[in-house]
Design a protein around this ligand. Structure first.
Ligand SMILES: Nc1ncnc2c1ncn2[C@@H]1O[C@H](COP(=O)(O)OP(=O)(O)OP(=O)(O)O)[C@@H](O)[C@H]1O
Length: 662
């Protein structure tokens, strides 16, 4: 499998794991290579959306080629120039070698041959031999170095483009994930390979041109014959390369699913259920089924390539054989010299070799262009949220946040999640949002952070529609503990500081946040305190590497770290707490809610929790059901009303009362 086919070069752990691996978060499954947790994604495959295989028009192809060349040029001008020089040298060496060999042979078989007369040719052949030995190595190094440089710049540009996407619409789309995966492959070697392919083509052109000119001096018929063989070669190789690119595209899903099942079999997150439920063979069979399907497709294309290339090889051999018989006849008849014969043999072999190499380069360039199309598509992806041309800065919240008749669904073909939600969170007040699983609570959080926009209705920040604000400025004013918060393979201090990067290295600030979240004592007990790595991914197991050994935190301990991360933004205007204590023990939960209650005082807060004891003292409680706010009021008021909230509260309270009853 070549680099372009490699479905997942990462092979390692996730740099950030969504928390709550075994909880249902309602997120769409995302078995993206190097991305989502496979356990969370276990509900299904990558989903659809990949669409048809790509095909490039001439104009688009030329545009891509120009941009790829510009990328390579920017990455390393010196290396591009070096490669041009080396390509010219590599093209000229075989032609000159054949020509000087002819001169030596003709000199030897001609009248009055002397060593001194032949010495310059011999020296030339020596130099050419030295060049023939060194140029390929130099070219190989220059090629690899250019690819490394291009990779760096192309990756930088690719992920800058991904970071520029303001919302989650594209990242949550499996079709976009497929493109991104291919774009990453393209960025790794695509533009560099395009340049080296173009230079390889030029090199083949020099070899072919040189040999054809040489052949013309021997026989224009032979030169014409060799030239005629070019057309079917080019055609067949281009068809094969198109088919190869289409195969890459069509097997992308299968490769991702195969990888997903393979990781399920090896990742510690999944190991418990895999062992307890005896799922090993089940997932292995699924993995093998995917692999078989991918292999069958690769085999089909491979066989076609074999047939095409076999036919080409036979054609080449037939031309070479016929030419050889002919030139021997000419030499026997005295119409050609031994030197002519040698140059003819070298020319036929050299032309055919260069032709095959050139066509292979052309096919590689074509394939790189098709992959580069994905790179360009991701780089040129329009923002997934409509951004105002003159966004307003989000002012410090003074009045509150208001949802007005908000309707939302994840796509036109998806069901409505919110169907006219009207709700306000007044400044300085706390609102608790409760509802059954899948009611849309976390979705509402995503809208408040403007990861998505409502399809109808609006969300107002002090009366200003979120769509009129700069999303980044808005998010600076929001602090959050997401239900599926990130667990980063970083140190504890860094895991907290990512809540506000200005706190990176500011230990007093980080520790103060941890103290507020009730995490400080737990952190101090870790082997390296705040510097302890919260991952074992980087531990190689060698002596002296203990600093990298890392630890594995429990779910509740992670939750405290995530809470500290959110509390780092203590001056934020809106604090969103989506199930901030679901993994905590009763003591810890009580402690955390006491902390949060204090923290909430005078702050604008949205609290989501299934533990109704945790939300009862919020200023207001809203019940989300059937996509609407079904009930709104204080705890006592809602209990008295005897509606859904009262029913949920009664069920929970009864559970506790029964448990303590004598
Ligand atoms: N990215 C997504 N694409 C498509 N549908 C989604 C996506 N995220 C969530 N959903 C769907 O939206 C609905 C609401 O999910 P959401 O996570 O908002 O519910 P919730 O009230 O937070 O549930 P829970 O209490 O279980 O956390 C669910 O039916 C879920 O399947």
């Amino acid at each position: 499998m070549n680099a372009a086919q490699d479905p997942a070069p990462d092979g390692g752990g996730n740099p950030v794991r969504g928390s709550g691996a075994s909880r249902s978060t309602g997120e769409a499954p995302s078995p993206v290579p190097g991305g989502g947790n496979p356990v969370r994604g276990a509900g299904g495959g990558a989903g659809g959306g990949a669409g048809a295989s790509p095909a490039l028009g001439v104009r688009t192809g030329l545009g891509h080629a120009r941009r790829a060349a510009a990328l390579a040029w920017t990455s390393g001008r010196g290396h591009v120039v070096g490669q041009v020089v080396l390509a010219c040298a590599a093209g000229l060496v075989p032609v000159l070698t054949a020509w000087f060999t002819k001169l030596v042979l003709d000199g030897l078989t001609g009248p009055g041959a002397t060593v001194s007369a032949l010495l310059p040719y011999a020296v030339a052949l020596l130099v050419l031999g030295a060049l023939a030995g060194t140029v390929p190595h130099l070219a190989g190094y220059a090629e690899a170095e250019l690819e490394r440089r291009v990779n760096l710049l192309a990756r930088d540009r690719l992920y800058t483009a991904v970071n520029r996407l303001p919302g989650l619409v594209r990242l949550e789309n499996p079709g976009f994930q497929d493109r991104l995966h291919l774009a990453e492959q393209a960025s790794r070697s695509g533009p560099g390979r395009l340049v080296t392919s173009a230079l390889g083509l030029a090199q083949a052109g020099i070899v072919i041109g040189g040999f054809l000119a040489t052949l013309m001096t021997v026989s224009p018929v032979a030169a014409g014959l060799v030239l005629l063989a070019v057309v079917p070669l080019v055609r067949v190789h281009l068809d094969l390369s198109r088919e190869q690119a289409a195969m890459l595209w069509s097997t992308g899903h299968g490769q991702r699913r195969e990888l997903f099942f393979a990781r399920l079999l090896s990742m510690p997150h999944a190991a418990k259920e895999v062992r307890l439920f005896g799922l090993g063979d089940f997932f292995r069979d699924r993995m093998l089924a995917e692999l078989r399907a991918v292999s069958a497709e690769q085999r089909r294309v491979g066989l076609r390539q074999l047939r095409g290339q076999g036919a080409l090889a036979l054609l080449a051999a037939a031309i070479a054989g016929a030419g050889l018989v002919w030139i021997i006849g000419e030499a026997v008849a005295g119409r050609a010299t031994v030197g002519d014969l040698s140059v003819f043999v070298a020319a036929v072999a050299g032309t055919q070799g260069a032709l095959a190499a050139g066509v292979r380069r052309l096919a590689a360039a074509h394939q790189s262009l098709l992959l580069f199309d994905h790179y360009e598509a991701v780089r040129g992806a329009e923002p997934d949220l409509s951004l105002p041309s003159h966004p307003m800065a989000a002012s410090a919240l003074g009045h509150g946040v208001e949802l007005r008749d908000v309707w939302f669904r994840y796509g036109p073909e998806q069901p409505w999640i919110l169907r006219g939600v009207t709700l306000s969170i007044p400044f300085g007040r706390s609102l608790a949002l409760v509802g059954l699983n899948g009611a849309g609570k976390s979705t509402l959080v995503k809208l408040l952070c403007r990861f998505h926009d409502p399809e109808r209705g609006s969300i107002l920040w002090d009366g200003v529609d979120l769509r009129d604000l700069d999303p980044a400025a808005l998010r600076e004013r929001v602090g959050a503990v997401f239900q599926d918060f990130g667990e980063y393979d970083l140190s504890v201090a860094e895991n907290i500081a990512v809540g506000d990067l200005s706190a990176l290295g500011d230990h007093p600030r980080v520790e103060a946040a941890a103290v507020r979240a009730g995490a400080d004592a737990m952190i101090r007990r870790l082997p390296h305190g705040y510097d302890t790595l919260l991952t074992k991914v980087f531990f190689r197991g060698s002596a002296g590497d203990e600093e990298q050994a890392g630890v594995t935190l429990s779910g509740g301990q992670w939750q405290r770290v995530a809470l500290a991360r959110a509390l780092l933004r203590d001056r934020c205007d809106l604090m969103i707490l989506d199930e901030p204590s679901s993994g905590l023990d009763p003591h810890a939960e009580h402690e955390v809610h006491t902390i949060l209650r204090e923290h909430r005082t005078g702050r604008t807060t949205l609290l989501i929790s299934h533990r109704l004891s945790a939300v009862r003292d919020a200023d207001a409680i809203a019940v989300l059901a059937d996509g609407r706010i079904a009930e709104l009021g204080g705890h006592d008021e809602l209990v008295r009303a005897g509606g859904r909230y009262a029913e949920l509260f009664e069920i929970q309270a009864r559970g506790y009362a029964t448990a303590v009853a004598p």
